[in-house]
Design a protein around this ligand. Structure first.
Ligand code: CTP
Length: 446
């Protein structure tokens, strides 16, 4: 019996895929089809797939051509599969000619003619697109425009900034249309990304939601819980997506770290310790007390993410110790207790600390080195060092592409969507920010 194996993502299954499978099947008696997992695609930088792995497997199955379907989940797996399944022929489309010659050492390699004029990329481009308008045209917005190019089914159409000169310069740089008013911006998009100063988030987000636009808003969403609740209510009542643009929450490594810890990899969690300090020029707007600058407002959402994700949002107490300069906290330390665990966090714009994340448990601890909020690597460490494990992930570009993909998918999913950053966590973050701004349990250092 001649065994043939082929691999693909098979996203938005099309005629080219069908022809390829027919040709591969004709080479032997038994056809094995490897379908990439969502995680593997993410790891190799393919962030634009529309169908999930189950849908893609079902599509391959429906052809009736595959005698066996396997999933492809790691680089180098092809060699393992060839040995494991006793494969005689590895077949793949001619767009890969030469690329898989290294497999000739293990079996016959055949490059099959590719069907012209069709591809998943083309089909994805023809699908409905989320048109995005940008509010605020500073450095993070610049990064956002560049990162959005890596995500399918979106296009950035226009930008708005009350400072017309700045807006025009930004639009010129990226070939966008400057919108002279918010109303004009809303007329050019069905979703907005808000990257303006913190204190403007609430007004912009509310205006956008009331204009029937989906909203992706930079951290912190707002600076008090009532406003956050109100925005989520408007979004829910109108069937709109409202998400916080928190890059750590959507990146692959952080997601896996959390699921590992939630499944007991270090036993019961007793403490979370996280620091996010980013030394900032004193003249920067982030240090402006009249514009809600300061370390807590600027960086607070980062350490609060692992704390609430791992300990839950039902905390008992939160105390702060802060050092102030010119009306803003240049450094703040926070201590949070739940019934069964503690957490400490540090944020700073005018003081630098070790920026790692350490989660302590009854059986071991997780260590994520600085800057942990751009997680690409972490370790699980135990008393018996032989048990220690290291985990590596991609954190491509600026990391914003993961949140953009999530936002676009949420909009196109028409409500059937589970957010990786639940509303409850965002509300808890805004509650903490609010308490801090109101000076509740804040001890100020000299
Ligand atoms: N394929 C083909 N003819 C096409 C498209 C794909 O023969 N028009 C083959 C590929 O060469 C590969 C298999 O189908 O052997 C699965 O390819 P996949 O990458 O999933 O499909 P593409 O349409 O090429 O996807 P993308 O546009 O995302 O690269």
């Amino acid at each position: 019996m001649t065994k043939v194996i082929t691999y693909g993502t098979f996203d938005l299954f099309h005629e080219g895929h069908l022809n390829l499978l027919k040709r591969a099947k004709a080479l032997g008696d038994w056809l094995i089809v490897g379908v990439t997992t969502d995680n593997f695609d993410l790891q190799r930088g393919k962030l634009n797939t529309c169908d999930n792995v189950m849908e893609r497997i079902e599509a391959v199955k429906a052809t009736g051509l595959a005698d066996q379907i396997i999933i492809e989940e790691y680089r180098g797996q092809k060699i393992d599969d060839i040995h494991r399944y006793g494969v005689d022929i590895f077949a793949i489309g001619s767009d890969w000619t030469g690329y898989f010659d290294y497999l000739k050492e293990f079996c016959q390699v055949v490059y099959l003619p590719r069907t012209e004029g069709i591809s998943s990329t083309q089909l994805r481009d023809e699908r409905p697109t989320v048109t995005m308008g940008i509010i605020g045209t500073g450095s993070i917005a610049r990064r956002f425009v560049k990162e959005a190019e890596f995500v399918a089914s979106n296009s950035i159409t226009a930008a708005y900034n009350p400072d017309e000169k700045e807006c025009k310069a930004f639009c010129k740089e990226f070939g966008l249309e400057p919108a002279g008013s918010l109303k004009a911006l809303f007329g050019k998009c069905n979703a907005v990304y808000i990257a303006s100063p913190h204190y403007t988030h609430y007004d912009y987000a509310k205006a956008a939601l009331q204009a029937d636009k989906h909203v992706l808003c930079e951290t912190p969403l707002v600076l008090n819980e009532a406003e956050a609740k109100e925005l989520f209510k408007i979004a829910k009542d109108s069937g709109l997506v409202l998400m916080m643009a928190h890059k750590t929450a959507y990146c692959p490594a952080f997601g896996h770290l959390v699921t590992l810890l939630q499944s007991g990899a270090i036993g019961e969690i007793v403490d979370v310790k996280a620091a996010t300090t980013t030394l900032t020029d004193e003249k920067d707007a982030k240090m402006d007390s009249t514009r809600f600058g300061g370390s807590m407002n600027e960086n607070g959402c980062f350490p609060l993410l692992p704390i609430f994700r791992l300990l839950g949002t039902n905390y008992r107490k939160c105390y702060f110790v802060s050092k102030y300069k010119d009306g803003v906290d240049i450094y703040t330390k926070g201590i949070i207790f739940t019934d069964s665990a503690s957490a400490t966090f540090e944020v700073g714009l005018g003081a630098k600390t070790e920026g790692s994340l350490v989660v302590s448990g009854t059986k071991g601890y997780a260590y994520v080195p600085a800057p942990w909020w751009k997680t690409s690597y972490f370790e699980l460490r135990y008393e018996d060092q032989n048990q220690n494990k290291k985990f590596f992930y991609p954190f491509d570009g600026e990391g914003l592409r993961y949140e953009i993909k999530e936002f676009v998918s949420a909009i196109l999913a028409n409500g059937y969507f589970y957010s990786r950053l639940p509303v409850g966590e965002i509300l808890a973050m805004s509650r903490i920010q609010e308490d801090f701004i109101n000076g509740k349990k804040v001890r100020i250092l000299k």
